[in-house]
Write a protein of this length. Structure first.
Length: 276
């Protein structure tokens, strides 16, 4: 090497060999998850503390305004019955909000290309967004538990049901958020999905009441609401009482997650409203 080609002392020649990426871009996937998690952890007062306070407000309203401390649902005190439903409701809504808002903001600001241009497959993009949404939902749930414990004892009767329905529920809503974010063209569309689909399905899922008090027609409608099975399974984990078959609920949620994964994956693979 000629003297003019010798690098200055202390400097090294950069590695110009291209990085080899296997079947899964592990570095890119981890980076995407970290990016999405940083979105909500950097504003934790809005994304974690606020849902926790909202859950406590719901709890206080039903405990004080409606005499919840004197009511029973079967053999379970109403306040014990209510707590798991409120915790899961907050988890589901925040899992949906994390993915849907992230994609919608990226599309509006035009920086969705920062996710589409790197060597990330449709599977890796979907997986990254979904995992981050699940993290937010689970963290919100973990934050709500000690807050509820100040007013109501909570016991874990089934760790399998706690983790199974918590993870499947947050996964389902995370992927629903991805699908809604890809479909929506403006924030009004996203607000419509939240106000006319997510919130009604959550409120009409037996969060605040036992479905056995409903007329037969409305009880049958509740049985086709997947949110009911999520909350019922999670409630069983913390109270030991369920209103329907846990295995039926678990199987239904597992199939819904697979179906929604395929549907959302196809949206990303074809570039639906992102590349065209």
């Amino acid at each position: 090497m000629a003297d003019s080609e010798i690098p200055p002392q202390g400097l090294s020649i950069p590695n110009l060999n291209p990085r080899k990426i296997g079947k899964i871009n592990t570095i890119g996937l981890i980076t995407l998850v970290q990016k999405e998690c940083s979105r909500f952890t950097n504003v934790y007062l809005q994304t974690i503390v606020t849902p926790m306070i909202t859950t406590l407000l719901f709890y206080a309203i039903f405990a004080l305004a409606f005499g919840g401390d004197k009511r029973m649902v079967g053999d379970v005190p109403y306040l014990v019955f209510l707590a798991p439903g409120l915790i899961m409701m907050s988890m589901l809504q925040n899992a949906f909000a994390n993915t849907s808002s992230s994609i919608m903001i990226s599309k509006v600001q035009g920086n969705i290309v920062d996710v589409l241009m790197p060597p990330l497959s449709a599977f890796e993009i979907l997986f990254g967004y979904t995992i981050a949404g699940m993290f937010r939902g689970l963290i919100v749930g973990a934050a709500c538990v000690p807050a509820i414990l100040l007013f109501c004892p909570i016991h874990v009767y089934s760790i399998f049901a706690l983790l199974g329905f918590g993870i499947l529920g947050c996964m389902l809503l995370s992927m629903m958020g991805v699908a809604a974010g890809l479909w929506a063209e403006k924030f009004d569309h996203l607000a419509g999905v939240t106000n006319f689909l997510i919130v009604p399905m959550t409120f009409l899922s037996g969060t605040f009441y036992s479905i056995h008090v409903l007329p037969e027609l409305w009880r049958n409608i509740a049985y086709i609401n997947p949110f009911f099975f999520i909350i019922d399974g999670f409630r069983y984990a913390l109270t030991g009482h369920a209103q329907t078959s846990l295995w039926m609920g678990f199987g239904l949620l597992f199939q819904l997650n697979i179906g929604l994964f395929i549907f959302t994956y196809a949206m990303l693979l074809t570039g639906y409203k992102t590349k065209s």
